[in-house]
Design a protein around this ligand. Structure first.
Ligand code: SAM
Ligand code: SF4
Length: 329
């Protein structure tokens, strides 16, 4: 088992396969100057080698993310190679959904188990303001295709931004009454320049989100949809789907953190707020074998910090300065 210096078991990898994105979300907005130069991005084989070392060390869940992972032309090869690492692996993917309609069935066939789709508004003009592009209809089609393909569960991630989409919380909550969708309301994090430009006053506190989503009843542990995340899960009485709340800033879940992140340039981040990462790609390209890679990962995980301090910092220098689009959320 992989454990950090504080005795926490690390069981979950967020694997970013690209830092490119076709959206420019108001709170994420990819910094194009920070993009990988040609040759800096891991090949599919390199990403799978890193994930393989982590699986051998005891990781049981991998989430493929980005940037926008469905922009990667070899995404189906990556998913099937990850599946081949272990048939029991909890293999999931986070996407903005724009290209999902045409890929959902093939992702399922390649071995993907479940999907999170980021969707911040059900109104076309608010969607455009938040995502930076028109695309609500394509994302809706992506959600329908994910359900039809049997990806399960299908979660919708909504980053709640005061004044931009908080009034839509009740509409998102209503969706779960009739559809087997699992909506996650996420507190805005001060990661990168776009989120910082919005400012802390745009963050909607957990209690306010819950009041708008109600009425709510707690979901017992055994009925919660799969996941490794820190969401507190509820449902509206009689609803098919669930509602989760992720207090990404105000919550104190660092004590139970179980994850590491690997960026598309092969950098392992032991904490979202770590100021620096551990470069695995030079090792791989120098011909390191599996054992050497595992040892480098063990050493990086041993240095995982006890927790983040988003509440008290600007977020400017966290995440190795990469921003959410470079890290993968
Ligand atoms: N492009 C894909 C997507 O949007 O789902 C995957 C990458 S995105 C960086 C992963 C997750 O990070 C998304 O659910 C997104 O909403 C979330 N995210 C990005 N910036 C954030 C911020 N400042 N605060 C909270 N969540 C954020
Ligand atoms: Fe792109 Fe996802 Fe960031 Fe939006 S949240 S800009 S879709 S990486």
């Amino acid at each position: 088992m992989l454990t950090d210096g504080y005795g926490r078991a690390v069981r979950y990898l967020r694997l970013s396969v690209t830092d490119a994105c076709n959206f420019a979300c108001a709170y994420c907005s990819p910094d194009r100057s920070a993009r990988c130069a040609p040759g800096q991005e891991c090949t599919a084989g390199e990403l799978v080698q890193i994930a393989g070392a982590l699986v051998r060390l005891g990781i049981s869940g991998v989430r493929v993310t980005g940037g926008e992972p469905l922009l990667r032309p070899d995404i189906l090869d990556i998913v099937s190679a990850l599946r081949a690492l272990d048939p029991r692996l909890d293999l999931s993917l986070t996407t903005n959904g724009f290209r999902l309609a045409r890929l959902a069935q093939r992702l399922k066939e390649a071995g993907l188990g479940r999907v999170n789709i980021s969707l911040d508004s059900l109104d076309p003009s608010a969607f455009k303001r938040l995502a930076g592009v028109e695309g609500l209809e394509s994302v809706r089609e992506g959600v329908a295709a994910a359900l039809a393909a049997g990806l399960d569960p299908v979660k919708l991630n909504m980053v709640v931004v005061q004044g931009l989409n908080d009034a839509e919380i009740p509409a998102f909550a209503s969706l779960t009454e009739d559809f087997p969708l699992h909506v996650r309301f996420i507190e805005l994090m001060p990661m990168g320049s776009a989120a910082q430009a919005l400012g802390p006053s745009r963050r909607v506190p957990l209690e306010a989100m819950m009041a708008l989503a109600g009425p709510l009843e707690a979901v017992p542990q055994g009925d919660k949809p799969n996941g490794f995340g820190p969401a507190a899960v509820y449902r509206r009485p009689g609803a098919v789907g669930t509602l989760g709340f992720i207090a990404a800033v105000s919550g104190r879940f660092c004590e139970t953190c179980n994850r590491v992140r690997v960026t598309s340039r092969g950098m392992l981040l032991s904490c979202l707020a770590a100021p620096e990462g551990h470069d695995l790609l030079p090792l791989l390209r120098a011909g390191a074998n599996g054992a050497a890679l595992e040892e480098a990962i063990r050493q990086a995980v041993a240095q995982k910090p006890s927790g983040h301090a988003f509440g008290g910092c600007s977020g400017a220098r966290v995440g190795a300065g990469l921003g959410m689009c470079g890290i993968g959320g």
